[in-house]
Write a new protein. Structure first.
Length: 559
């Protein structure tokens, strides 16, 4: 062999070796499992707080990895949160400002990018977009909110299919089935495992009904909040006492309601019927076995109940059902983790557990979410990534659902589009924090006027303060001192002691709005779209007179 041929061979060997190294690198890319439940309050995860419920399986993720104590959402409502997660952009940029308008599928999402880069992708459970997800090799999603019992799914391959059983178990069965039978071992995968539970109307699995309808839970300190100094809180319609319905939510049968003369709220009895009509005869018998006792007990106690007693009773009823649905989520997360462990899939997989937002569990007397007050603004976040994240660690950094897209692209070693607005959490997860600097986050809620009547508001949140502007038919500011007032009961905006803080935060709010591209003009743009839609289609959940009153009030408040 002459020397030039020798050299050529050598070069070839080096190139081939480099290629095969690269192949291995590609093959070694981590799997990503994104577990999200719907409306799961951090107060109901024992890794955060164990006074309400034990969630040993969800806690396993924190034990293996990191618990975030200051994770939040940019807009505390379902579909907008999901849009932010998928696009890495605030609502005002990706356009999905509320649950009502469908998601704009021309947005580029991180699953589309991952799929292109060689990831196998799948989604099972709740999406709530009004259209199908892009960028998935496989999906089975619930239509809209989906049903707890014997639910329909929209499937990629077979269209709409009905499944028998309990939704949380079914979503897990689908997920495990995909891992066992469809996953390609040679490719990295990104799996979105998305529970419907614990969303309203909180119908738990049969196996938990007896235990949970007989358990009493501790009350939060602010169950009897009077909302003084916070008009938007006062006007919201999410009081456990006044806005939970007796049948649909508290599971008092329409017959018992009639016997007791209980008022119907909205389409209460119909909602109960929709839920119950889905149950087969065995499921219904099991439901009745536990809930007829609930009905009887209320009937006996009600004549002597004060308003305070009613609030307390309704809080217990709410917690029993809400927490009961989480019990099944926890068991099913356990099934998934067991499968991963038994199949050597834990080592090279990042597992995220989160919720689309937090939820009020009686704080301020409320259920539901939407406000920038902590229980709905914050969201649970637990992340395991064996070998990369120190087991049992915590982070109090102000991270957001805005950060997931870039985090996953970073984990996969794929370039992050420049117009995404979050930041990769990898430096926090791996303890290399030099480049992580965030002192404030931005929040903006839009869905108003609508069910629950939480006014439109935007806010800047730092670890110390929240500066909030309510702006539809109210026009006022709130300043919350998070250090002195962690329960968020007092608006100190007009307190002279906070004059400097107020000035500084106003400046920072302007800056952060500019940074993320939000503005009064954009607010008006989204109000115009809303008004046009109201004219054309009316509005669900708000009657015409009420809407007119709000619009008149708006014209006065914001001339
Ligand atoms: C339903 C619920 C509301 C809830 C919204 C949004 N009412 O409309 O209480 O706030 O969903 O929830 S119900 O009477 O239909 O149960 S979200 O999680 O989808 O944003
Ligand atoms: Ca939700």
């Amino acid at each position: 062999m002459n020397s030039s041929i020798k050299l050529l061979c050598l070069v070839l060997i080096v190139v081939l070796a480099a290629c095969s190294d690269q192949d291995q690198e590609v093959a070694k890319r981590p799997n990503i499992i994104f577990i999200m439940s719907d409306d799961h309050a951090y107060q109901a995860i024992s890794a955060y707080d164990d006074k309400l419920l034990q969630t040993p399986n969800i806690d396993r993720i924190a034990k293996m990895g990191m618990l975030f104590t200051n994770a939040s959402v940019t807009n505390s409502i379902c579909a907008p949160s999901r849009a932010t997660i998928l696009t890495g952009k605030h609502s005002h940029i990706n356009g999905k400002i509320d649950n009502h308008f469908p998601f704009d599928t021309t947005n580029i999402t991180f699953p589309q990018i991952l799929k292109k880069s060689g990831y196998q992708t799948a989604m099972f459970g709740k999406l709530h977009f009004g259209n199908n997800p892009k960028g998935f090799d496989q999906f089975k999603i619930l239509p809209g909110q989906g049903a707890y019992y014997n639910p329909d799914f929209i499937t990629k391959d077979e269209g709409r299919v009905n499944f028998k059983g309990y939704v949380t178990d079914i979503i897990t069965d689908m997920t495990l089935d995909w891992l066992k039978n469809e996953r390609k071992p040679e490719d990295p995968f990104m799996l979105m495992y998305l529970h419907k539970a614990p969303h309203r109307s909180w119908i738990m699995a049969e196996r938990h009904m007896e235990e949970f309808t007989n358990t009493t839970f501790p009350e939060p300190e602010t169950l009897f909040d009077d909302y003084s100094s916070r008009p938007a809180a006062r006007e919201a319609e999410m009081s456990i006492l006044n806005h939970l319905s007796w049948a649909g939510d508290s599971k008092i049968s329409p017959e018992t309601m009639d016997e007791m003369n209980l008022p119907e709220i909205g389409i209460d009895k119909l909602r109960y019927k929709f839920g119950m009509d889905r149950l087969d005869s065995t499921q219904l018998a099991n439901f009745n076995a536990s809930y007829s006792k609930v009905n009887e007990k209320l009937k006996a106690a009600y004549p002597n109940m004060t308003e305070e007693d009613k609030m307390r009773w309704r809080y217990q009823r709410y917690m029993q059902d809400y927490l009961g649905t989480i019990k099944a989520v926890d068991e099913n997360v356990g099934r998934l983790l067991d499968y991963l462990e038994a199949n050597n899939l834990m080592e090279n997989t990042i597992i995220v557990y989160t919720s689309d937002q937090g939820f009020y569990l009686g704080e301020h007397g409320w259920f539901d979410k939407r406000f920038v007050y902590d229980e709905s603004f914050k969201t649970p976040l637990l992340v395991a990534w064996p070998g990369k994240i120190e087991a049992g660690s915590t982070s109090d950094e102000m991270v957001q659902n805005l950060d997931f897209a870039q985090t996953f692209l970073d984990v996969a070693g794929v370039e992050q589009p420049e117009d995404m607005q979050g930041e990769s959490l990898v430096p926090i997860l791996t303890g290399q924090m030099e480049n992580w600097e965030r002192e404030a986050v931005y929040y903006h809620y839009y869905e108003y006027p609508a069910e629950h009547m939480v006014n439109r508001h935007y806010a800047i949140v730092t670890k110390e303060f929240k500066l909030i502007h309510y702006y539809f038919d109210l026009n006022y500011w709130e300043l919350i001192d998070r250090r002195k007032d962690p329960r968020e009961l007092t608006n100190v905006y007009d307190d002279p002691a906070y004059a400097d803080v107020k000035e500084k935060l106003h400046k920072e709010l302007e800056e952060i709005r500019k940074k993320y591209g939000d503005s009064d003009e954009l607010n008006q743009h989204y109000i115009d779209i809303f008004m046009k839609d109201v004219e054309e289609n009316g509005i669900f959940g708000v009657n015409k007179e009420k809407l007119q009153q709000i619009i008149d009030k708006r014209n006065k408040a914001m001339p």
